[in-house]
Design a protein around this ligand. Sequence first.
Ligand SMILES: Nc1nc2c(ncn2[C@@H]2O[C@H](COP(=O)(O)OP(=O)(O)OP(=O)(O)O)[C@@H](O)[C@H]2O)c(=O)[nH]1
Ligand SMILES: [Mg+2]
Length: 285
Amino acid sequence: MCTVCGCGTAKIEGSHKHDHSHSHDEGCGCSHHHHDHSHDHDHHHHNHDMHFGENEAGVSVPGMETKRLISIEQDILSKNDHIAAHNRVHFKEDGIFVLNLVSSPGSGKTTLLTRTLTDLKDQLPIAVIEGDQQTANDADRIRETGVPALQVNTGKGCHLDADMVAQARSRLDMPKQGVLFIENVGNLVCPAGFDLGEAHKIAILSVTEGEDKPIKYPDMFAAADIMILTKTDLLPYLDFDVAACLEYARCVNPDLKIFQLSSKNGDGLDQWYDWIKAGVDAAQS
Ligand SMILES: Nc1nc2c(ncn2[C@@H]2O[C@H](COP(=O)(O)OP(=O)(O)OP(=O)(O)O)[C@@H](O)[C@H]2O)c(=O)[nH]1
Ligand SMILES: [Mg+2]
């Protein structure tokens, strides 16, 4: 469960890929590995550091037993997974390729979407579900491209859940034989745990955020199977180390497929578009 919002995010079964073959000796800084003794030594020097969420529930709530927390969490997640599976069946029936875009606020989800929609809307049926806590700003930006969009405001909620998407399905014309983009609430933690019925979770990371984000927020990069490193047009002005970033990302998730692109100058967009079109084709079988 998320220690900030209590949304039931952390410790999702299977969301951590501990079983990869990355050598422990490489010492990439990823907490999924046991490090050598120099790291342990380091650790002693930082013995004021505090680590929460390492019990079975992944969190502690004052006055609540770990066992009770785990049972609440499992209940929320199993209900969500059930509805997500239902969404997935409908998407499959209609041949819709569904992509769930997750990232911290401002990494460039909506900008990438508006560019993508402008370039692909004449080739594919497309629709967008926009998740935000407040405002219809992003849905308005999407509709300006001529593509249908539905805004889902989550209020205090920090992520979309499968039921919100189930409701959105009946309000928005579904893009049969096409692609449905879901822009999740800007939050690099909570959306990781919630399956919406998508084909892929896509973690978007912009070069202004720092190359260490995959190891600082590992759940998101473990839950996603695609990562987009965006705003690459800004690299000349930053110290961002692309190679280190990709290594951190693959340390958390060795199977991650990575795109590097700029929504501003268009670099790398062709590969992204080809991948989307191939996904739509595959969704028809
Ligand atoms: N230089 C540059 N700026 C970008 C790029 N993509 C997005 N931006 C800028 O980044 C800012 C945030 O972009 P948004 O697309 O609104 O980000 P978002 O992830 O949708 O934000 P939230 O919905 O609030 O989480 C805007 O000022 C964009 O113009 C890019 O590829 N290069
Ligand atoms: Mg946005």
